[in-house]
Ligand binder design. Structure first.
Ligand SMILES: [Mg+2]
Length: 282
């Protein structure tokens, strides 16, 4: 990836992180750690992978993107806003009574395919959409971004079995694998390792990458589908609350927002994180 491309993505991600911090602070609620964990993934998908457009958000040929970890929806809202799907003044209505942007992701917002919140719903619906597209001989792909908590849900594993059975090679699962979920570290709640081996045994094609590296994301997504007649899973190793050093990799970052007296410091941390991309790209 060129320096200019990396800088553009890093700038977009900084805008998204800043929006997430301000939106959750203003709404006095949200899941800030979960949003900052997946910011590079969302940035990369919307700028480089998904065939979608703000001008024609219901284009039948568009790629479908479902966020299964709907509690982190503000990250997707911010990206959609910055891509022109809706006015900027909607952002500060997040999580407010009578607001335009619901706390968990909602399909009433332009550009959002499906409402989620309870975990384990994204992949089953994405698999159904991918099967529908296959039956209709449509070429679009279906992407589903999941969390550690999603991988604890039986419905997710039913969809994993179903998608392999149906040979849904236009289905792409993405896991924001920060190893923390609502109430603790995943290793202490329901350990998923060896996850690659499990998914391969279930008939999926899998890669594991650094989910904060644009080069790694580009390398993985350029190879889709990883195997003919198999669904693909990109396991993205990430850090919860990435960009805010004092909050990174903490359970307390899962649910909550950054208070008024720490907002400026948090945004400064995100700017410093953005600068590491530009420095590395030189
Ligand atoms: Mg997690």
């Amino acid at each position: 990836m060129t320096f200019r491309e990396t800088r553009e993505l890093a700038d977009f991600a900084l805008q998204v992180r800043t929006d997430c911090i301000r939106m959750t602070n203003h709404g006095q609620s949200g899941h800030i750690g979960s949003m900052l964990s997946m910011t590079e993934i969302v940035t990369y998908l919307y700028n480089r992978v998904l065939h979608v457009s703000a001008e024609n958000p219901r284009d039948p040929n568009r790629d479908r993107f479902l966020l299964s970890k709907g509690h982190a929806g503000a990250c997707v809202y911010a990206a959609l806003c910055r891509l022109g799907y809706f006015p900027e003044d909607w952002l500060m209505t997040y999580y407010r009574d009578d607001g335009k942007l619901m706390g968990h992701i909602s399909h009433h917002v332009p550009g959002v395919e499906f409402s989620t919140g309870s975990l384990g719903h994204g992949l089953p619906v994405a698999a159904g959409m991918a099967l529908a597209a296959k039956i209709r001989k449509e070429d679009h792909r279906v992407f589903c971004l999941m969390s550690d908590g999603d991988m604890n849900e039986g419905s997710t594993w039913e969809a994993i079995v179903f998608a392999a059975q149906q040979k849904l090679d236009h289905l792409v699962g993405i896991l924001d694998y920060n190893r923390i979920q609502a109430l603790g570290f995943s290793k202490d709640i329901a350990e998923l390792e060896p996850l690659e081996d499990k998914l391969r045994a279930f008939g999926w094609s899998v890669v594991t990458i650094d989910g904060h590296s644009y080069d790694a994301l580009e390398d993985a997504f350029a190879k889709l589908p990883f195997a003919c007649d198999k669904p693909s899973l990109v396991i993205c190793r990430t850090v919860k609350a990435r960009g805010v050093p004092w909050l990174e990799n903490t359970v307390k970052s899962h649910y909550g927002f950054i208070p008024d007296d720490k907002v400026a410091d948090a945004i400064a941390g995100c700017k410093a994180f953005r600068d590491t991309f530009v420095k590395e790209a030189v």
